[in-house]
Design a binder for this molecule. Structure first.
Ligand code: GLN
Length: 195
């Protein structure tokens, strides 16, 4: 059994928990999912999920509760993290917004609420490195990844990176928890090859 932690300040916590359990089962594993609302839980987790929501709120919460350094230690130890939408913004090296204190664990710079500005949300099939068939991605006021430093691009939409990986950290500008397809959680958590 693996212990999975989901940052639970806002966002689709139960959907992510379900997706993690399903992805674990698909890999002959079992996941014990814990909600992270205070320090002390992250060090017990094998894998971490930072969901969407508002990156200002989430980053403030992670610093105030002193969870941010625990996440950095988790990544340092080579353990997987999946960060989606606002989670990606929080883990980035630069959110181009003073209200977001980024964790600088994923070397990308992002622009908040910039993807698909004309429509607040949209859906698209994506070719993702490591997945055999397209992944149906749901974008909701998604961040635009405008610079990919050390990170590797796993998927693009309209010529723009929308899924990236750096070491044990995978970030998506879309919401992989909103469909019944759990392959992205599987890829980030159970097919991850640690350095
Ligand atoms: N717009 C949010 C932000 O910039 C992210 C949106 C989301 O997580 N769906 O923080």
């Amino acid at each position: 059994t693996v212990t999975a932690g989901v940052v639970a300040v806002q966002g689709d916590v139960s959907e992510h928990a379900d997706a993690i359990r399903a992805a674990a089962r698909a890999h002959d594993e079992e996941a014990d999912v814990r909600e992270i609302r205070h320090a002390g839980i992250v060090p017990e987790c094998d894998l971490l999920l930072v969901p969407g929501g508002e990156s200002t709120t989430i980053s403030r919460f992670l610093h105030r509760e002193e969870i941010a350094p625990e996440i950095a230690a988790h990544v340092d130890a080579g353990k997987p993290v999946l960060a989606t939408c606002a989670g990606l913004i929080v883990l980035s090296s630069d959110a181009n917004d003073d209200r977001v204190e980024t964790l600088d664990l994923l070397d990308v710079s992002v622009e908040r609420n910039a993807f698909g500005r004309q429509k607040d949300s949209f859906e698209a099939p994506l070719d993702v490195t490591g997945l055999d068939d397209p992944f149906h991605a749901v974008f909701i006021r998604a961040p635009l990844i405008d610079d990919v430093g050390e990170a590797e691009v796993l998927a693009e939409w309209d010529g723009r990176p929308v899924a990236v990986q750096q070491g044990p950290v995978v970030g998506t500008s879309f919401h992989p928890e909103l469909t019944t397809d759990h392959r992205l959680h599987g890829l980030a958590f159970f097919e991850h090859v640690t350095a």
